[in-house]
Design a protein around this ligand. Sequence first.
Ligand SMILES: Cc1cc2nc3c(=O)[nH]c(=O)nc-3n(C[C@H](O)[C@H](O)[C@H](O)COP(=O)(O)OP(=O)(O)OC[C@H]3O[C@@H](n4cnc5c(N)ncnc54)[C@H](O)[C@@H]3O)c2cc1C
Length: 624
Amino acid sequence: MADFQTVEVTTDLLICGGGMAACGAAIEAAYWAKKNNIKVTLVDKAAMDRSGAVAMGLSAINQYVGIRDGENTCEDYVKYVRQDLMGITREDLVYSIARHVDSTVHLYEKWGLPIWKDEKGNYVHEGRWQLMINGESYKVVVAEAAKNALGMDNIYERVFIVEPLLDGDRIAGAVGFSVRENKFYVFKAKAVLVAMGGAVHVFRPRSVGEGLGRAWYPPWNSGSSAYFTLKAGAEMTCQEVRFIPVRFKDGYGPVGAWFLLFKARATNAFGGDYMVERKDELNKWAPYGLGKPVPANLRNWLGMLDIFEGKGPIYMRTEEAIQKIASSAGDEKAAKKKLKELESEAWEDFLDMTISQAILWAATNVQPEEKASEIAAAEPYFIGSHSGASGAWVSGPEDLAPKEYFWGYTNMATVKGMFCAGDASGASSHKFSSGSHAEGRIAAKAAVKFCVENKDQPKVDGAKVEELKKKILNPLELFEANKKLSSDPNINPNFIKPKMFMFRLQKIMDEYSAGVVAQFSTNKYLLERALELLGMLREDSEKLAAEDLHELMRCWENVQRMWQAEAHVRSIHFREETRWPGYYFRADYPKMDDKNWKVFVNCKWDPKTGKWEMYKRPIISIVA
Ligand SMILES: Cc1cc2nc3c(=O)[nH]c(=O)nc-3n(C[C@H](O)[C@H](O)[C@H](O)COP(=O)(O)OP(=O)(O)OC[C@H]3O[C@@H](n4cnc5c(N)ncnc54)[C@H](O)[C@@H]3O)c2cc1C
C-alpha cells in the first residue's frame, strides 16, 4: 500500500484502550512515570470523551465498598462476588480491587462527578454496593482527568489496534491503523497494558433488521482485548462465562434502580412472581442457589423457565412499585408530590445511560406510573468487568495471591510485559466502571515498575511488521482488485464484506452455542459443529474486503469477534457441567458438578504451533 504512511512511535508503556480501565491506568502511570522518567502513550480507537461502555453515561457507580464509613469490608465484597459467580472467582484479584476502589470514587467526586447525597451529606445508595450519580457526563469527567495527566501529545485517538508485536516470550508493542487517515501505526514498547473492553455482536442480537445496532452492550467493543491477548499467546480464563443481562425489552434500559431503589417486582403475564413460585428450583443449585443475593444467572434462569413454559412476556411492575412508594408518603398531596418525583427519577435513570430506552418509552406511550413494561433476557455478551468473567489470566498482588496465582508483577498476563485491566483481565467479575478504573491504576503502577526493572527495549522484527501491514491492509486491496466483477459492492464472488461475515458468525453462535434462538442451551455435538463452522469462517476471513478505512475497521472487529467466539465455544465444550443456568445450559450435563468442575477453565492459543490448549486451574480461597 504505497499511499499508506507508516508512523513509528517508541515508548516505554503503551496503554491500549481509552475506557474506564485505561483512564485509571493513565492517571496512575503519569504519576509514577514522572518520578521514573518513563514515557507513557495511550491509543484509543475512538475519542476518549465518549469511548467504551460508559460512552452514553451511567446512572450508578456499581462498586463502592464504603470502607472509610465502616459500611463493608473487602472480605464482604469477595464473598458477594464468589456467591454471584457460583464459586468461580479469583479472590486475590477481587480483594485487590475492592481495597482500592473507594479511592477511585473519591477521585471522581474531586473531578466534579455529581454523586447523589442525602440530607446528612452521605452518598445515596441504590443497593449495598451501588451509588446513584448524575452520570450523563461520567465518561467526559473521567477522560478529562486522564488526558490532563498524560497530555494530548501522548494520546492517539481514532487509531484501531489490531495485533501485538512480540520479541520471543516478551511483548514488544502493537500495530494498528488510523480510522480517519491513511496511516499505519507501529508502537514499540517495553510494556503494554491491554484495556480494550469486552465484546458485543458475537451472538445474533435480538434487535435485527431495522433495529440492528441496538444491543445492551454498546456496539463498538468487538473483542479486541481477547484477540490481542490470545494472539500474544497469553493464557486466558473463564472464556465460558458470558453475561446475559435481563433488561427492559428492545431498548435495553437498566433495571437496577427498579429492583434495588424502587423495590419493583417482575411478574409473568399471568401475574406470577417467578422468584416466589419457582423458589424450589434454587435447591438444585445449592449452595449458591440458597445464598443471598441469589446469583444473577439463577434469577435469569427462573424467569426463563416461565418463558419456556409459555408464560411470557415478563413484566417489570413499574406501576405497582411507584404507586406503593407514593402512597406511603402520607396524605394525598404528599403522595402526588412523591409520584412526580419518582416519575422524573425513572426517566432520568434512562436518560443518564440508555437514552434509546427513554425514546422507546416515549414512542410507545409508556407512563411507568400507569403501565408495566416488558423485560427480557438479552443475547450473550463478553464483559469480564460486569457479571461475566472472561479475560486473561493475570498475576495477583504479592501480599494476597497464593503462589499458584503470582508471577512477579500484579496484573501481568502470562506473557512478559503484557498487563491487563477491566474487561481484559479475567476471573475478577463485578468491578464495573469504578473497579475497572481502580484495576487500571493497579496494573499501571506494576507496569511502570516493570519498565523500570526491564530497561532494554525489546527488538521488533522489521520484516514481521511489513508482513502485518500487508495482512492488515489486505481487505482494501482485495476490494479494489475485485470490485468491478459485480454491480453490487456487497456481493462479489471474490470477497466477503464485514457485515455479511458478522451475520455468519452470529448465526453460528446463536444456533450452536446457546444463543437466543437455541433458548440458551447447547451440547457437545452442537459445540463441535460450531467449531467446524468457525474453522471454515476463519478460512474465509482472508477474503474480507473493505471499501474504505471505516470498513477496514469493521473487518478487523469481526476477525476479533471470531477469535472471542472460538475461545468461548472451546471453553463451554471443555467444561462438562452446567454451572451458570440462565447464562447457558449444557443439556448433556444438566447439573452442577463441584467435585470435578469447581475449577477455572483456562485456554491458550500457541502462536508457534497455532494450536489451542485447554486446562483446569485450581480455585484457591483466601476469604473464609
Ligand atoms: C450497558 C452497560 C451498563 C453498565 N452499567 C454500569 C453501571 O450502571 N455502573 C457501573 O459502575 N458500571 C456499569 N457498566 C460496566 C462498565 O461500563 C464497565 O465495567 C467498564 O466500562 C469496563 O471498563 P474497560 O476499560 O474494561 O472497558 P471500556 O470502558 O468499555 O473501554 C474500552 C476502551 O477500549 C477502546 N477500544 C476497543 N477496541 C479497541 C481497539 N481495537 N483499539 C484501540 N482501542 C480500542 C474503546 O474505544 C474504549 O476506549 C455497564 C456496562 C454496560 C455495557
